[in-house]
Design a protein. Structure first.
Length: 442
């Protein structure tokens, strides 16, 4: 066994040489710089606000019950809200990876359908976060597969214990394109811009302090001596700028303020460039359009920039779903049901409104021109695209192209979001409760 270090470019920045030092730097950047903090929140918010749901494999009753059970475990049955677990998972943006440990308990449950029996199930209690700063090592085998996670767990008394978490009890979420499970922080490529911007702020503060009113300057009278020099030096050093500042100018002494000639360097303009670069690093540079007085940005420009950003957030949300579908949901199902049909966790409503609007307009055009006939099969396909419930019976006369008037067919079916008799997706509701440990935890 060995550590999953992979092949990395040698880190030359002293503050980032070790993983623990780097994580401390990412936390410092996120907590002390407003632009960096906003960039992180902007990247996470669409993923946090997306609609996650569990899609059953089939329409038979067992498939619907299994999907409802999995949905309840993830979205309702835990001792903390799903949004809390999701926010801890998204720490991978900042730290490069995140680790959660699923903890379970035995408790009664029954489907919501009528006449359903209640029995005891092994259910998900919580997705306990294991913070990246406490992870010592991710141990891998000779093939590069993870074996266990070694954590320095902090006890209530402040001391630490070395805890070995088997990989079958942990879910690792790596971020970026690194060759190992530690991932790579999204802030690594923003670090140079944060570094230079921080120093530019210092230069701007010094510049304003030194040149806001000028540098005090004094001229000694003819025939001065050492005492006259000491007196003038003390007088100039005691000059302060406030609402009560004044001096009594002795005869023969000349006192004024030396001000720099010409135009001072505008360091804030350079700092703004680095602000935009930090936002560009997360692909949310469109949020900086119109921030300065030098010009704004067109709506078409921001829309084009936002489009690729939405696609990137869809990728992150899909990655989270894939990890749940591979390492969490199969365990919940196989421990409680005798079936090989595993429902899938999916995500929708994450930056897709613009694409769906274009799709709806295209459908309206082809229906209006009679290129496609809006029969039941076509309507069912369109409903899948829009993540809408499917019709359960063909009770309505097929709609002809003349009846559409450029609009999509109306649904008069019996199913809907509140109809439990035919769910194509089990929705998510969030509840909170008391934290707890798995029965297998010490």
């Amino acid at each position: 066994m060995g550590s999953s270090q992979g092949t990395r470019i040698r880190e030359l920045v002293p503050e980032l040489v070790s993983r623990s030092q780097a994580i401390q730097m990412w936390d410092k950047m996120a907590r002390t710089d407003a632009i960096t903090s906003v960039a992180l929140r902007a990247g996470k918010t669409p993923v946090l606000g997306a609609d996650y749901y569990v899609d059953p494999v089939g329409e038979d009753q067992q498939s619907l019950d299994v999907a409802e059970f999995v949905s309840y475990n993830i979205f309702e049955g835990m001792t903390h809200p799903f949004s809390f677990a999701l926010s801890k998972i998204l720490k991978m943006y900042q730290h490069g990876f995140s680790v959660v440990e699923p903890c379970y308990w035995n408790r009664p449950w029954s489907p919501k359908r009528a006449m359903a029996n209640t029995r005891t199930y092994t259910m998900l209690r919580k997705l306990a976060p294991r913070p990246a700063p406490t992870i010592q090592e991710i141990v891998v085998d000779d093939n590069g597969g993870p074996v266990e996670v070694i954590q320095s767990a902090i006890r209530a008394d402040g001391k630490t214990d070395e805890v070995h978490i088997p990989i079958n009890k942990a879910i690792i979420f790596p971020f970026g394109e690194a060759d190992d499970l530690y991932g790579e922080s999204i802030l690594r490529s923003a670090y140079p811009h944060w570094y230079y911007k921080t120093h530019l702020y210092k230069i701007d503060a010094i510049q304003k302090e030194r040149h806001g009113i000028g540098i005090p300057r004094g001229t000694l009278p003819p025939g001065y001596n050492d005492k006259d020099r000491e007196f003038l030096n003390e007088l100039l050093s005691n000059l302060r700028t406030n609402e009560r500042a004044f001096i009594t100018q002795p005869p023969g002494y000349l006192i004024d303020f030396a001000k720099p000639e010409g135009q001072l360097v505008d360091v804030m303009k350079s700092a703004h460039y680095h602000d935009v670069a930090i936002m560009l690093n997360v692909m949310v540079e469109f949020m900086m359009l119109g921030v300065t007085t030098e010009g704004g940005g067109g709506r078409a420009t921001s829309a084009a920039q936002a489009d690729i950003f939405w696609k990137s957030t869809v990728f992150i949300a899909s990655l989270i779903c894939d990890c749940f579908n591979m390492f969490l949901i199969p365990n919940i199902v196989k421990w409680n049901f005798e079936t090989d049909t595993i429902p899938l966790m999916k995500v929708r409503n994450i930056g897709q409104s613009r694409d769906l609007q274009q799709f709806a307009a295209a459908l309206a055009n082809v229906f209006d021109k009679s290129v496609i006939t809006p029969d039941l099969d076509t309507e069912q396909w369109a409903r899948k695209i829009f993540d809408m419930p499917l019709k359960t019976t063909e009770t309505q006369t097929p709609i002809t192209p003349l009846q559409t008037n450029g609009k999509l067919p109306q649904d008069t079916g019996t199913s809907g979001p509140g109809d439990t008799s035919n769910k194509s997706a089990v929705g998510a509701q969030v509840k909170s409760g008391n934290m707890g440990k798995s029965p297998t935890e010490p």
